[in-house]
Ligand binder design. Structure first.
Ligand code: AMP
Length: 645
């Protein structure tokens, strides 16, 4: 139990300049995409450049084939080419699974749509399984892709690359960021910084030859994720004002919609042939669906022709752009709310935005461009290449860290509020969402009951007033607090979010003990890095939506909960008094006080369980009566004692 006391020394530090350090080698920037990845570096001309792979391509498919029989690993285009022959061992779009639990509804949905096997590992995280039964984590797949990107850079730059800046969707939570950093560690690549994809894109936009200024919205729609960020660019300072998005919405979902459409029409045309369980056929149809989607960005219709998809089943159909737009409209509409929320969180109006940047392959779809133009009320800019901007921005960040690029500062934000549970199930946020990172905040709390020797620190992420509506992301106990009256220990809880968006929490006993106390000068503190659980994008979305919908109700409930907590404490005090003085009270008086405490306990229970919300006035009245009766009885005892009765 922990009770909010005074806020002391709350620190809010934005480390402005990123300390320029000289690295011996180039620091590369890697856009680790769901569908494709790219690598870039800032050259001696101080401009970022994308590095081409062995096939002369500027992006590399984020696809990995694992062959157990001959221990062969293929990454990139050769892996993508093998997909049809080896669907069970060809892993693609695994970024959608990174840092997620197997039970996550998004993971469960992916299981139905991919030809490879997704299984739970020992910790219940989503893992991949080869046809020979070997488990591999999405982080390891990410590591293999990072390694490939490093190889591309090493071969192009003719030097051994060891350090990189890697991008992640802005809406990645703590465990997804940790998992991405681990991907680098697994292959010996030192990930100096994890930065948000839209922020990287803005860096690329703002740092080109004609340096730009103003308020920029980055609309980033890629293969697996959708992000929107709003930044202020001024004098080389890139300050993210707000960010929002959906880490499970991307081009893959559009492919799946079209795939299901093709499967349904094959069924229709062939008197019920169902190809959905045929891995090879599904893989071919999926590729054809993606190809048709891309064609529809420039043509009014696309033909899908696949002879002998199975035995004598052939696919021969045409899809028009209008049909495709109509069937994917529910997906496109999912971008509207996050954009509106982001603008609101940035405390701006749509008209305040000077420039809208499009990033990610899906922004080539004309319907998406149209929706963006309508939403922002202006045509989006084509100043950045949507496929390369993220990698270029990561390279710039790499060059900032190595000291090569100067006078550019990046201030990013955290997407969700972070806080702890305080007495009575109340969420006390320490760091509100959209706070600039890195950030450190400390707050002093105290105990809620007498003699409490430990406090359980429960860390939550979310926007609701009561912890039960937020997400528990970690917990730990600070023990060995010396027994004392409630409210005396001073427990400092410190939250830290580093520049990668990774969270650590610590608690320490800062009570000023007298020098003769056995606790004097003995440090007592506990720290954790929050790695245990991640939030799925739908949970994040849901949390913010619900918090807005329930704002008034939450305020109301907070009032009830605070009254209930106060009542709880007063009842406990009265019960202690009954233990101390009960024997000396008259039986009728004792029973009366007991009846009052029981009545209040029932009221508190009603409030906590949601069974009945007693009017706080009635509760206060009952508390006053209880205290009055108890005091009267104790006074009588004192009078009797004085008279020597
Ligand atoms: P990214 O993650 O930025 O590489 O985006 C990849 C996604 O963009 C994939 O789902 C691609 O199918 C999709 N994509 C790429 N080019 C186009 C295009 N011209 N029209 C529509 N979608 C595209």
């Amino acid at each position: 139990m922990i009770k909010n006391a005074t806020i002391r020394g709350a620190r809010h530090s934005i480390q402005r300049a990123l300390v320029p350090r000289r690295y011996k080698h180039n620091v590369i920037g890697i856009d680790l995409g769901t569908t494709n990845s790219a690598v870039a570096v800032v050259g001696s001309d101080n401009e970022p450049h994308v590095l081409e792979n062995d096939e002369g391509k500027r992006t590399t498919p984020s696809v990995v084939v694992l062959e157990d029989n001959n221990h062969k690993t293929l990454v990139g285009l050769p892996a993508k080419r093998q997909a049809l022959l080896n669907p069970r061992n060809t892993f693609f779009a695994t970024k959608r699974l990174i840092g997620r639990k197997f039970e996550d509804p998004e993971v469960q949905r992916d299981i139905r749509n991919v030809p490879y096997k997704i299984v739970p590992d020992k910790q219940g995280d989503a893992a991949l399984q080869t046809s020979a039964g070997r488990n591999i984590s999405p982080s390891e797949i990410g590591g293999l892709i990072l390694e490939k990107m490093r190889e591309i850079a090493s071969s192009q730059l003719k030097e051994q690359i060891t350090e990189a800046v890697v991008t992640v969707p802005a809406y990645f939570n703590d465990s997804q960021r940790q998992a991405t950093k681990n991907s680098g560690k697994l292959v010996g690549l030192n990930v100096l910084r994890v930065i948000n994809e839209p922020t990287a894109a803005a860096l690329a936009y703002g740092c080109d030859k004609t340096r730009k200024e103003g308020v920029v919205a980055v609309f980033d729609f890629g293969g697996g994720t959708f992000d929107v960020s709003i930044l202020d660019i001024e004098d080389g300072v890139f300050e993210v004002r707000a960010t929002n998005g959906n880490t499970h919405l991307g081009g893959e979902d559009f492919d799946i919609v079209l795939l299901h459409h093709i499967l349904a029409s094959v069924k229709n045309q062939t008197n019920g042939v169902d190809l959905s369980q045929d891995h090879l056929a599904v893989q071919r149809l999926r590729e054809a669906a993606e190809q048709a989607k891309i064609e529809l960005s420039t043509a009014d219709k696309a033909e899908i022709k696949i002879p002998f998809v199975r035995d004598n089943v052939h696919v021969d159909m045409t899809i028009t752009r209008d049909e495709f737009d109509a069937m994917t409209m529910p997906l496109i509409e999912k971008v509207i709310d996050p954009v509106k929320r982001c603008v609101r969180d940035a405390e701006l109006k749509m008209k305040d935005i000077d420039e809208v940047l499009l990033v990610g392959g899906m922004t080539r779809m004309p319907k998406i461009r149209q929706v963006v133009a309508e939403l922002f009320g202006k045509e989006p800019s084509t100043a950045v290449n949507p496929d390369e901007a993220v990698a270029l921005g990561a390279a710039i960040q790499g060059a900032i860290l190595s000291g090569q690029v100067k006078n550019v500062v990046l201030l990013d934000v955290t997407p969700l509020s972070l806080g702890i549970e305080t007495y009575g199930g109340i969420f006390s946020p320490l760091i509100p969402r959209n706070s600039a990172v890195p950030i450190k905040k400390e707050q002093i709390f105290s105990t809620a009951v007498d003699g409490q020797t430990g406090v359980e620190i429960r860390v939550y992420q979310g926007e609701r007033m009561l912890v039960k509506d937020n997400k528990l992301i970690g917990h730990f106990k600070l023990a060995n607090i010396p027994q004392g009256p409630k409210g005396t220990p001073q427990i400092a809880v410190e939250f830290e979010i580093d520049a990668d968006g990774i969270i650590s929490v610590s608690a320490s006993d800062k009570t000023p003990y007298p020098s003769d106390s056995p606790h004097y000068g003995k440090p007592n503190s506990v720290s954790i890095q929050v790695t245990e659980v991640g939030l799925s994008d739908s949970e994040v979305e849901k949390m913010i939506e619900e918090s807005e919908r329930n704002k008034n109700l939450d305020e109301e409930m907070r009032r009830y909960y605070e009254h209930a907590s106060r009542a709880d404490i007063l009842v406990k005090d009265t019960e202690i008094a009954l233990i101390q003085f009960g024997e000396q009270m008259e039986e009728a008086e004792r029973n009366e006080v007991k009846a009052e405490t029981d009545k209040i306990k029932r009221m508190v229970e009603d409030i906590r369980s949601g069974a009945k919300l007693h009017d706080p006035k009635l509760l206060t009245q009952a508390l006053n009566e209880m205290q009055q009766k108890c005091m009267n009885a104790i006074k009588k005892i004192a009078e009797k004692q004085q008279k020597g009765v």
